[in-house]
Design a protein around this ligand. Sequence first.
Ligand SMILES: Cc1ncc(COP(=O)(O)O)c(C=O)c1O
Length: 375
Amino acid sequence: MQRIYFDNAATTALDPQVLEAMLPFLTEKFGNPSSIYSYGRESKMGIEAARKSVAKILGTKPANIFFTSGGTESTNTAMSAAVRDLGVKHIITSPIEHHATLHTAEYYEKQGIKLSLVDILPSGHVDLESLKTLLSEGPQPVLVSLMHANNEIGNLLPIQEVGEICKAHNAYFHCDTVQTVGHYPLNFSELNVHFANGAGHKFHGPKGVGILYVSDEVQIKPMINGGGQERNMRAGTENLYGIVGFAKALEMATETYEQDSTHMRSLKQYMADQLTALIPGVTFNGDWQGESLYTVLNVSFPRTDKTEMLLMSLDMAGICVSGGSACSSGASIGSHVIRCLPNNNEVVPVRFSFCKHNTTNEIDSVINTLKNILG
Ligand SMILES: Cc1ncc(COP(=O)(O)O)c(C=O)c1O
């Protein structure tokens, strides 16, 4: 059975050219990057070239980029460092963050740190007035952790504006940029962000590798103690081939950003048009036609016996989509993001998320399958 993969916000397929760039570091260039002889030096060079390239693309210096195991670790590190090293006493986040953020914030709440959640508008956007109100309450210092793009509904945060609000209130700002690194041009040094993150597997790079951006404005202590790798910040022999793959994937995504984003934007619109025309009762979640990821279309189907089983029925037809974030996909508790939106009781939400390889033919095929399942 030919499968159709519309779950690219969960993860993407490794690009063959990325694999090609990684392969030498899985085979002949196997040296430990900390070794001083030639094998070690060539591995080290691979890592530092990757860091330089990633830093340049993201508008920062190599010294501000730390390689990690992915988005979750980077978020945990940023939030933990904010509490431990910057003395943060108050975390402000939103109820629609990724669990990497929410569960870390809840952990620190149990340790005595004040936790506040901003209001979410019916559009799914963060209410910036609510953010300003919370920022003016004590105690200080404050960490604001808000995601740049929501992985379930696609809404985009006005990152520049939020950075300025944080600056005006002397707050630290962590922005989870996992869904936008590799998908949008980003210049970290022009944004008032103290911490940001990325994960290679969201843009055709390998899994298990990510970045944490730490601005010059903050000084944090080592995240993992040990052998002093990552300039003493994250000890442990580096994920050499992952790091090389991350950089190659980001370079490729940057080179073809214009054409790829145009293609995916048109896929999203086409799918929305076809669903509206052919499937009765569908609605779309979030600000899908406005400030929204071009990769994500979150659709609500009216709740019926047939739509209750929709994810499973689609899977049986070879169509891979998700009901929420990857960790909760298929779980009966539903999505914590959709629960924050109005009119969420009588609907079944399905997230369709695209990559540059998807086609309108695939969309037609999914629509036909939906007609059969729901007809
Ligand atoms: C917005 C967002 N933040 C964080 C993560 C976690 O990233 P990782 O799976 O690389 O740990 C994800 C991945 O689903 C995500 O979409």
